[in-house]
Each structure stands twice: as structure tokens, then as C-alpha cells.
Design a protein around this ligand. Sequence first.
Ligand code: ADP
Ligand code: MG
Length: 626
Amino acid sequence: MNRKQKKMLFRIIITAALMVALHFVPVSGYARLALYLIPYLIIGWDILWKAVTGIFHRQVFDENFLMAVATVGAIIIAVTGSGDYVEAIAVMLFYQIGELFQSCAVGKSRRSISQLMDIRPDSAGIESEGQIVQVDPSEVGVGSVIVVRPGERIPIDGIIIEGESSLDTSALTGESLPRSAKAGSEVLSGSINLTGVLRIRTTREFGQSTASKILDLVENAGSRKSRSEAFITRFARVYTPAVCIGALALAVIPPVVRSAALGLPAMWSDWIYRALTFLVISCPCALVISIPLTFFAAIGGAGRAGILVKGSNYLEALSRTDIAVFDKTGTLTEGSFEVAGIHHGTMDDETLLYYAAHAESSSSHPIARSILRAYGRQPDLSRSTDVREISGQGVTAFIDGRTVAAGNSRLMDSLGISCQPCSSVGTVVHIAIDGEYSGHILISDRVKPESPSAIAALKAAGVSRTVMLTGDSDSAARQIAGELDIDEVASQLLPGDKVDKVEALLQSKRDKTALAFVGDGINDAPVLARADIGIAMGALGSDAAIEAADVVLMDDDPGKVSVAIRHARRCMSIVYQNIAFALGVKLICLALGALGITGMWMAIFADVGVMIIAVLNAIRALSVRK
Ligand code: ADP
Ligand code: MG
């Protein structure tokens, strides 16, 4: 509990004690009123104040107003002799207990989200004259060397230049197994260095580093509202005035009808009391609080499990997923190719690999990285000039005075070079030097071990179509689709073709369902943006993907897609449970209150009870079932 909450608890206890004490004080008339006003004001002054200032701010009809009118009305009835002061105080008291409870609950889910937020490092160690000094990480430039000791959090993204250690990346990925890292490994800010001292050359500024990006993302998630949240805001705007008018009608019409038309005693105070009860019951707190809280908890819980959702509207869309479209390379496959062979070379393999590696030296495509790995040495960047990467096709470059092209058959076609087909299964990178076909490198990719179960889990979750889109050759695509039991495949697509395919799928999907596209963010940002829900995976460090995607999976396990869908569905069902429960109890109480069967006591009790149950239910969304 924070100080504010403790103060409120104190006010609640004092009020309750005073009420018990006053029970034994034998006074009547205005003295009694004066005595009872003390606990009433102790517990309710802030509500009265908010109601009054609300009127001046033209926000008349909020729950403070409802509470103020109801309790002041109850006191007036008590003064006239036909009611009890205790009732007015009790209504305020329960209302405040409810508010306190709710603020504790919000605090709890905020805290579990800030465990995720804990990844913001507040200092970076820099070596200066043999000493390590801690500086503000935002002052560290790109290319500086920072020192991270065991137990410390890595403040800025970079590459290890010295040292060996294992890293706890659980704050980023939700994965508890430590990862080992040594000189040359890329490390991301937010992970914890567990065992050895590391010297890291930074590759980004602090503000551009993974930890800062993730935090921005989670902090801004609240600004994208789902339809149910927007509905509640609109609902409250119409509902509260409607209830006030209803209450007024209940207070005035029956007595007038009784006395004027039926000749019965009007019973004004009876009907006013019923109207006030009606007001108390109709306070929409449970709904107004529990729905945003459910989304808030669900987004926070997902974040802790390594699933970043950029807004509650995406949770809603995710829960309706019916078509799941995957990119192939790096998404369903490892994206870490092995060179399986070099065929039809017109020069020795070593030289061919030399040209290929230099052409690919500045590409971040998984194919490029694999060729560089096979080459085994640092390419001399000054040798390659005029490097152009043609998305979905390959690269061309000028190396040692020769033009080199490396890519798929589509690239060769566009250059007017006829290429040798490859009889083995795998991805083929054709190489042409000075316009002459010079052989191809066969590389083979492996399906990720999690992929088959990920597809099966999606089907089990009721996703009716799974589709794989790839820029790779037909044979490579079909082989992988077969291994994974994917329903539909389209191959040899350029990034633009993937957008067209997704658009066609969007046309054909059933009403009220959603299409999710899952990619690794390398040249598929346009599709990520076009799909109903763009899911980027393994996207830590890939800025474009984090920008374009609606959901970011922090590690590269495709199984998280079905986890995210199930989580979103669970969140939505909690939302609907709360709406149905709160509205149901409200309607019953409203009817009973209008008929004079329940009093104000019962009403406030039901209201606070409903709220507590709804809030507890909402908090369930914090946990993610794997
Ligand atoms: P996917 O759809 O499987 O993710 P991409 O759209 O990234 O694949 O690439 C499609 C194809 O384009 C690859 O299979 C490869 O043949 C070719 N290609 C793309 N980039 C490169 C590159 N840097 N070097 C060689 N070939 C490339
Ligand atoms: Mg790709």
C-alpha cells in the first residue's frame, strides 16, 4: 500500500469506529445530525468535493455525483425523521472500501508490469584510466566500449569484444534458460550478465537500444484502445445521465400519480428513498474499472511472457484470428543456412565464395549471413562498391573491378543470364560474374524444431487456415510445407507479391475473423502492416519489424503465436464475463430497488461486491498459459 492508500484505510477505520460509538450516544434532533456528520465528512469529503468541482468542469454525471446525491439525499430523509443517518455513511464507507480495493488491484498489476519495466538500466560502466566509472547510459556514444560485470544488466546493445559469460534474457524473451555468449556475440540491452566480466562495443545509442524500445512500446500500449474499451467510455456517457433522469422520474411520478389520480397518500420520502437507492445501484464502477484493467493486465502478462502487444485493440483482433500466414525463412525455418555444396563453378570454390561473400557483405539477410559464415573470414569492405540489394531476389555489387550478382533465378532472369538448375533440394544462390554464369551455392535451411508443433497448436486452437508465403523456390517451399503440414503454400514471391497474396486472403476470409501475418521482419514490413495483425518474431534488434508489427514476439519460437492467440481469447472472455456479470447484477438490483424490495444498504453492498469480483477476475488476465 502506498501513502494515499494507507490514509484511506485510516479514514475507513476511524469512520467505522465512530459509527459504532455513535450508536450508544443518546441524542436526537439536530445534535444527532451534527454528530453523524462527523464520520460522514471524514469518509466522504473528497467525493463531495469531486462532485462539486465536476459540476464546474461540466462533467456532471460521474460516479462521484451519483454518490454525493444519493448520500446527501439519504441524510435529508433522515433529518425529516423517516430514515437513518447510518445508511448514508455506510454507503460512502462501502464505496470508499471498493475504491481502495480497486486502487490496490491496479497497483498490483502495475507492479507486475514494472517488473518487466525493470529492464531499464540506469547506468553504464566505462573504463577510464584503469578504473570503471558509472555514467548515464544516454551519454555513451555508438562504438564506445562498456564494461558489464556479473550481476549487472547490459545497458546498451552491442557486440562482445572480450570475455565469456552466460546471459539471462528472461526479461526480454520470457525464456528462463540462460544463453551463453562470447567474443563476437551480439548482446541486447536488458539481459543480465550472469557469470563473467564482458567488454562490449556498443552498436546503438541507449535510446535506440532494445530495452528502451521495448519500454516505449509497452508504455504506449494503453493509447490504442480496443472497441470494448471505447464502448465503455461511450456507454458511461449516455448511461449516467439516463440513470439520473430515471431516478428523478421514480422520485416524482409515483407520488404525484398516487395523490392526484388515486387519492392515496403521496409517500414522498418513500419514493425519494427508492430513487436514491436506484442511483446508488446504477453506479457503473465495476464495468468502467474492470474492462480497462483486464486489458492492462493481459498486455502486462503477455509482456512478461515475451509477447509484446501494442494495444488492446490488437488483443481483440488476435482473439478472432482465423487465418495464420507465415513467412518461411527465419520464421518457420532457422534462417541459418549451411552451405551444402558449390556446383557448376567456372572457377575454384574458394574464389566463388570470395565473390559471393563480398557481394553479400553488407546484407542482413539470413542467406547473406550464412554465406559469410561459410567464407569464414572478415570480408574486406573496401573491395566492394556499388552494392545493391534487390529485395526478394539477391544482391549485385562491384568487386575488384568486376560486376557480381548473387541471388535466385529471378535475379538471373532480370539480368538476362541463363542459370543451371540444381537437382538437390535447398535454396540456391546463383552467382554471375561480369554477366557470365559462374556457378551456384546450394544452401540448406532447417525447419525450426518448434515449427511442427506450432502449426499443430494453431490448428488445435481453431485457426482454420495456415498459409506459408516465401520468396524461395517452389521445391524448397513444398518440401518445408510438407514437413509442417501447412495447408497452403505460395512460392517465388517478391515482397510486393506477398502483399497481394495477403490482400487476396483478406478478401476471402470470413466476416468478423482476422488474418495474422507472422514474419521475421526482414523485408516483410509491408505485409506486417497490411495484415489485420502483424506479428514479428525474433525481432529483438530489428527496428523496422518492431515499428511495423502490432505484436512482437521477443524470441523466435513460432509456438508463441498460438500462446498469444489463446491468451487474447482468455482476456476477451474475462471481459465478456465481467460485462455480463456486472450488468446482470445491476439490472436485478435496479428492479428490486425500484420496487422498494432492497434498500440502499443492499445496493451498495451488491455494487462493491460486484466490483471486487470483477476486478479479481480481471487480474486473472495477468497470467499467460503456455
Ligand atoms: P522468404 O520469403 O523465404 O522470407 P525472402 O523474401 O527474404 O525469403 O527472399 C526470397 C528469395 O530471394 C530467397 O529465397 C533468395 O533466393 C533470394 N534472396 C533474397 N535476398 C538474398 C540475398 N541477400 N542473397 C541471395 N539471395 C537472396
Ligand atoms: Mg523473410
